[in-house]
Design a protein. Structure first.
Length: 203
């Protein structure tokens, strides 16, 4: 997998739309629908870019700004999603050994970790003025959730439907099936991704 990939294949969308095997004329356009739908889902799940459903192929070092949370008495580092424990956490180039990943029960729920919390009394803490912490990990999700794949099919098919309705209105008022294709996700897409939205701001 890659970071921010297409969440379904061209063939999966062709099958969903019931496109005949010998009709490949619109394949390039369908491919753009898949990519656009995938990125629209990412944006709906977190407008700041902290959530996508791909995975880096190897560990990468990424730098984040830590925040002091007075109510917890700890430094908190909001990160991109990760499901495999980081191989290195450093502040000012020095290894931080006292940390834990949260939410604590994420793995048992098939969800990623979203932040690191430095333990009380850690010998190494973020330094003024940047308060940066570097984290090396394999970032992202180990597999694309089924609901996300279905949402991608639905949204990509909506883009395909819009091609036949350039004015943004499908159906017929005379027949009582008029549908306005508004500038938002398909309602069924919203239902599927509702449980995958992530709170928090980018660092």
């Amino acid at each position: 997998m890659a970071w921010a990939p297409d969440y379904i294949t061209l063939q999966e969308l062709r099958d969903f739309l019931e496109v005949p095997d010998d009709n490949t004329e619109n394949d390039p356009l369908l491919a753009t629908y898949i990519t656009a739908a995938s990125r629209a889902i990412d944006m709906a799940c977190h407008p700041g870019g902290l959530r996508q459903f791909g995975k880096t192929d190897a560990p990468e070092e990424r730098t984040y700004v830590a925040e002091w949370r007075a109510e917890r008495g700890r430094w908190v580092v909001v990160t991109d999603d990760f499901m495999t424990a980081p191989t290195a956490v450093t502040a000012g180039g020095v290894a931080v050994t006292g940390w834990r990943a949260e939410p604590r029960n994420a793995p048992t729920r098939g969800r990623p970790y979203e932040r690191l919390v430095l333990e009380i009394g850690s010998a190494v803490v973020p330094a003024y003025p940047e308060y940066e912490v570097a984290v090396t990990a394999v970032w992202g999700w180990t597999a694309v959730p089924v609901q996300i794949k279905l949402a991608t099919r639905l949204q990509a098919s909506r883009f395909d439907f819009r091609q036949a309705s350039p004015s943004g209105v499908a159906g017929s008022p005379e027949q009582g099936n008029e549908l306005r294709l508004l500038a938002r996700l398909d309602p069924d897409v919203a239902v599927n991704i509702a449980g995958y939205a992530r709170l928090g701001r980018p660092q």
